[in-house]
Ligand binder design. Sequence first.
Ligand SMILES: CCCCCCC/C=C/C(=O)SCCNC(=O)CCNC(=O)[C@H](O)C(C)(C)COP(=O)(O)OP(=O)(O)OC[C@H]1O[C@@H](n2cnc3c(N)ncnc32)[C@H](O)[C@@H]1OP(=O)(O)O
Ligand code: NDP
Length: 289
Amino acid sequence: MSYSSIFRSDAFAGKVIIVTGGGSGIGRCTAHELAALGAQVIITGRKPEKLDAISAEIAGDGGKVKGFVCDIRQEEQVKATIAAVIAEFGRIDGLFNNAGGQFPAALESISFNGFDSVIRNNLHGTFLMMREVYNQWMGANGGSIVNMTADMWGGMPGMGHSGAARAGVDNLTKTAAIEWAKSGVRVNAVAPGWIMSSGMDTYQGAFRAMIPMLAEKVPLKRMGTESEVSSVTCFLLSEAAAFVSGVTIRIDGAASLGTPMYPLVDAKNNAPFNGFHRAFIPDVLKKDA
Ligand SMILES: CCCCCCC/C=C/C(=O)SCCNC(=O)CCNC(=O)[C@H](O)C(C)(C)COP(=O)(O)OP(=O)(O)OC[C@H]1O[C@@H](n2cnc3c(N)ncnc32)[C@H](O)[C@@H]1OP(=O)(O)O
Ligand SMILES: NC(=O)C1=CN([C@@H]2O[C@H](COP(=O)(O)OP(=O)(O)OC[C@H]3O[C@@H](n4cnc5c(N)ncnc54)[C@H](OP(=O)(O)O)[C@@H]3O)[C@@H](O)[C@H]2O)C=CC1
């Protein structure tokens, strides 16, 4: 597993950190990095075979890890998982609420069940995990939560269901940061742009074919990597961020900045500006829907 770290190797020694969706992609990478920094890592997901494989990888590297099957949309499973972690490890110090996802589709083609599924996956699941972990922290010495979101605040064609959920997560993050500060709890979020994670392999067809064009439209001219998300997440989970709460950090090579209403051509040079133009996406997505 490839990741870089600015931390001492004992930065998370004695800490118990939960990574939801730790069985693949960004979650897997973060679980590896946290374990290498001394944490007892708890990875969760719906598919036990993925958790077993990543647990074996991390243990093979000398890390401490345990997998728990948990569908974050199921309240009883979330409650049972947090109770089981407390029963076995006695504490929880951090939560990376990373699990989630969506399918690219034009709004008019999304069934109610499809919309509901994406909202429950990304918003309800995030809330349930936050609440159950916080309930362990009330009146204690605090902890750190990092939520997964994505900066689609300007509207993202093909991601209407997910964008609605992610905007909700952004607001949930800020509210929790205020409400739970009384217990010393910090709540922040990461907002990756286009990351070439293994999860991206879920997307094939026209969306997949579009990736090189998307990368070209990112001001930094490339997609991000899993470790570029895990490093920021580890920072937010760590004591190095002890006075950071209620922020969402974009990790997107400036892709979410700018607006389609801004002139797209530099008239003097008769050349396109270096930037991301959201209106570029929908026609391609329509072919996927
Ligand atoms: C500058 C900012 C840029 C930001 C860019 C953000 C880019 C983000 C990239 C990523 O997130 S990559 C990670 C991708 N990984 C995943 O998405 C994995 C998790 N995803 C899922 O599990 C599913 O997508 C899910 C739908 C969220 C949940 O799956 P679940 O198994 O619960 O759903 P189903 O029971 O199969 O279906 C429920 C419902 O949804 C409809 N549906 C599912 N897939 C599609 C599809 N591809 N197209 C249309 N509809 C779909 C499905 O048909 C069901 O509805 P009904 O048929 O019952 O009406
Ligand atoms: N890659 C990108 O460009 C971006 C990704 N994101 C978000 O980052 C997160 C990680 O994505 P990424 O690593 O790229 O992709 P992956 O598909 O690899 O990761 C998603 C993980 O979430 C888990 N998961 C999904 N739904 C549930 C559920 N209901 N309950 C429990 N676990 C669940 C999956 O595990 P399992 O299959 O075992 O359930 C999987 O391990 C996601 O929330 C994604 O939407 C945000 C912005 C950009």
